[in-house]
Design a protein around this ligand. Structure first.
Ligand code: ADP
Ligand code: MP5
Length: 275
């Protein structure tokens, strides 16, 4: 059994954060463990409050796992403050476990999940340790201090993130103004790149899409799948989870983690260039 870890915030509403990650891990046959960085009082309508966990206790959770389990992949989600980021970065130094960083910044409702002062720590302390970073467009803009409107802007932003030492950058196009397709762009340190296109699903139930995508990626990497195949399978997982989304709650409902195992054979991802 492969063991993977999510270092993220708790979403009491169950659609994003630690809860989305563990549900995704379970569906993909890996044993999920967690380091909780913050509690959120949250539902499909928004985040009502955030309670960050003390640095020392975050450290204890992480070391409890590292001392006991042969962890095969780690992902980070909501990290909230520069202190929390530095704690995680310090504990990750000298580990050779693949690290997937989902640079979560703002909830769908606009609430802050990463303090403004923490962006520098994310760039300078954590990204150099990352195997893969998965920003959406606004996150990539914040991390690179560049406006992103075209595919050429996406390529420049990815190059600037690769220069920090990340092995692979996936810029997710969920926020691009394309009503027909959801296209993500993948860039590797060795210069290789490709795009992944699926049909865009017209739904408001996209709570937790970024968390679920990066959790699926972490599970496949943890299962030792080759990195390019893991990225495409994670795109299938999120496409099916959005296609079969759950209309629960009064706001933006969550995605459906059960869909991949039922429908994966029928899901098409079109691979293209990044021009
Ligand atoms: N309406 C949609 N239909 C299909 N795929 C989508 C849709 N919205 C987002 N995605 C996909 O979900 C994943 C998460 O993207 P995104 O929503 O940009 O992340 P985040 O939740 O971090 O903002 C990406 O693979 C993106 O292409
Ligand atoms: C605890 C927590 N972590 C992350 C998100 C972001 O969710 P999304 O994946 O929709 O960007 C969230 N709303 N809450």
């Amino acid at each position: 059994m492969h063991i993977v870890t999510t270092i993220a915030g708790s979403d009491s509403g169950g659609g994003a954060g630690i809860q989305a990650d563990l549900k995704t891990f379970q569906e993909l046959d890996v044993f999920g463990t967690s380091v909780i960085t913050a509690l959120t009082a949250q539902n499909t309508q928004g985040v009502m409050d955030v309670l960050p966990i003390e640095q020392a206790f975050i450290n204890k959770q992480f070391h409890a796992l590292l001392e006991d389990f042969p962890i095969s992949a780690i992902k980070t989600g909501m990290l909230f403050s520069s202190d929390i980021i530095r704690t995680i970065a310090l504990a990750m130094t000298n580990l050779t476990i693949p690290l997937i960083v989902d640079p979560v910044m703002i909830a769908k409702g606009g609430e802050t999940l990463l303090q403004q002062e923490a962006v520098e720590a994310l760039r300078n302390n954590l990204l150099p340790l990352a195997t893969i970073v998965t920003p959406n467009i606004p996150e990539a803009e914040t991390l690179t201090a560049r406006k992103i409107e075209t595919v050429s802007d996406i390529r420049l932003a990815a190059q600037s993130l690769l220069q920090l030492g990340v092995q692979c950058v996936i810029i997710k196009g969920g926020h691009l103004a394309n009503k027909d397709f959801a296209v993500d762009y993948v860039f590797f340190k060795n210069g290789k790149s490709f795009s992944m296109q699926t049909s865009r699903i017209a739904t408001k139930n996209t709570h937790g899409t970024g968390c679920t995508f990066s959790a699926a990626l972490t599970a496949f990497i943890g299962r030792q799948m080759p990195i390019e195949q893991a990225i495409v399978e994670a795109k299938k997982f999120i496409q099916l989870a959005i296609t079969h989304n759950l209309s629960i709650g009064h706001g933006n409902g969550p995605t459906n983690h059960f869909a991949y195992q039922k429908f994966k054979e029928s899901c098409e991802v079109t691979i293209g260039e990044t021009q």
